[in-house]
Structure formats: C-alpha cells, structure tokens
Design a protein around this ligand. Structure first.
Ligand code: ADP
Ligand code: MG
Length: 238
C-alpha cells in the first residue's frame, strides 16, 4: 500500500525541500520512493536535485494544453523517482492545481512512498492540496515558539481534511538551542512525535550548491544521520 507524506511548514525556508530529498533518499534504502515538487509557485527542488535542465516538469502536467504524460516528468535520480516543478510564473498561473490529484493518483499506483514537497502558506488551492492529498504530514520547524505556532496552524488544517501528523523535524538547530524544551511543547501540542533534530550544517548548504541531496553529498555527517533517524521513525506501513 502506498503511503503519501506532505512535507510542510508554516513559513518558507524552514528546510522542507532539503528534508523531502533527505527523507526520500533514506526511505529509498527500503522502499520505492517518489518525490514530487508540489510547491508549484515557489518550486526549487530542481535546484536541490540537479534537475535545473529538466525538459518536462510538473507544470507541464498541470497545464491543460501541454498534454504531457506523467512518465515524461519522472526522473530517476539518487535512487528515487523525482518529479520536479518548473519555475515559470506564467506556467504557475496557467496551471490547474486540481490536476495534481490525478498526477498523484497515477504516481501512487507505481510506488511505495510518495513525498510531496509542499508550499509554505495556506490560503490557496495550490497551497493546501498537497496536505489534503497526503495520508500524513511531516512538519518542518525551527526550534522556536513562533515556528511552532506556524506549524500548529498547518497541522490544524491538515487534520480538518483527515490528514494525520507523522511528526516534527526540527531543522537548523544550533548548539545553544534548548531543543528538549521545544520538543516537549511540540509533543504536547502536535500529538505527533519529534522525528529528529537536524543541526545547522555547512554540509546542507554545500549539498544545495552542488545540486545534490544531503544524503548524496555528505551521507555520513550528523545532519544525514538525523534525517535517517527521522525516516526510520516515520514507521512507513508495508
Ligand atoms: P524550504 O523548502 O522550506 O523553503 P529549503 O530546504 O529550500 O527550505 O532550505 C532553505 C535554505 O536553508 C537552503 O539554502 C538550504 O540549503 C538551507 N538549509 C536548510 N536546512 C539547513 C540546515 N540544517 N543547515 C544549514 N542550512 C540549511
Ligand atoms: Mg522549498
């Protein structure tokens, strides 16, 4: 049975795209994994996965007239099937966000785990649909109270559509931050577990510059270990 996760957060820049690819690579050790850049307005997964030159992207599947086949937008990279999204504002405006449902259904037929890199804000159909389509959300947060508050809104929205919380990834954690205190609050409010605490890491930035997921660029560092731990805690159903 396929399980779909939306990797979500209240704000941009928390590390959703980084987390999507890191969790995807970790899960790909045991499962067939498909990663979709469902952040169709601010797509940037292509830059994290060396797919800047992709000819066909999710946008081509969402714009009626383009008439592309789903398989044309799937790229086998880093042991995963990756569906990048383009960066054109014109394509975003021409896209019918509702078609994502059909694209996800078609991809789901052929994979064990779907990871939807999701937009930050709520508010529009394209922003909320990934969360609605997923079975569970992974909330990516900085270990601060404001970030926690943003994440709670995303969770509330997800729950209203029957999407459960898989847990919270605390990202960009600095050595002087008291993650335990925030994690305790997260446990109380989210009802989900803390999946991992990922340190602020030069390796993550370097991986992005190289156009590679963290687990391809620096598989042995503490940040990669934290994401592997998070993937294991997702407890994907077989
Ligand atoms: P989002 O998808 O939520 O907007 P990204 O994954 O694109 O966030 O991350 C935003 C920026 O922060 C990227 O440049 C990324 O390399 C950097 N970043 C993310 N996580 C970390 C981390 N743990 N340490 C250092 N830099 C990070
Ligand atoms: Mg992103």
């Amino acid at each position: 049975m396929v399980e779909a996760f939306a990797v979500a957060s209240g704000k941009g820049g928390t590390g959703k795209t980084t987390s999507t690819l890191a969790l995807g690579m970790a899960l790909a050790e045991d499962y067939d994994v498909t990663v979709i850049d469902a952040d169709t307005g601010m797509a940037n997964l292509l830059f994290h996965a060396g797919l800047d030159d992709a000819d066909v992207t999710l946008h081509d599947l969402l714009v009626d007239e383009r008439d592309a086949a789903v398989s044309d937008a799937v790229y086998e990279r880093f042991g995963m099937s990756v569906v990048p999204c383009g960066t054109s504002l014109t394509a975003f405006e021409a896209a019918d966000p509702g078609r994502l449902r059909d694209v996800v259904a078609e991809l789901a037929a052929d994979t064990d785990v779907l990871l939807l890199d999701s937009p930050a804000a709520l508010g529009s159909k394209s922003a909320v649909l990934p969360v609605v389509l997923a079975d569970r959300i992974v909330v990516v947060l900085q270990p601060t109270v404001p970030s926690l508050s943003d994440g709670l809104k995303v969770q509330e929205y997800a729950h209203s559509y029957g999407t459960d919380t898989a847990g919270v990834v605390f990202n960009r954690v600095r050595p002087d931050e008291n993650v335990d205190r925030i994690a305790e609050q997260a446990g109380r409010y989210f009802g989900g577990q803390t999946l991992a605490s990922v340190p602020e890491s030069d390796a993550v930035r370097a991986a992005r510059r190289e156009g590679k997921p963290l687990l391809a660029h620096a598989p042995d560092g503490p940040a990669a270990d934290a994401f592997r731990e998070a993937a294991a805690r997702l407890d994907v159903c077989d």
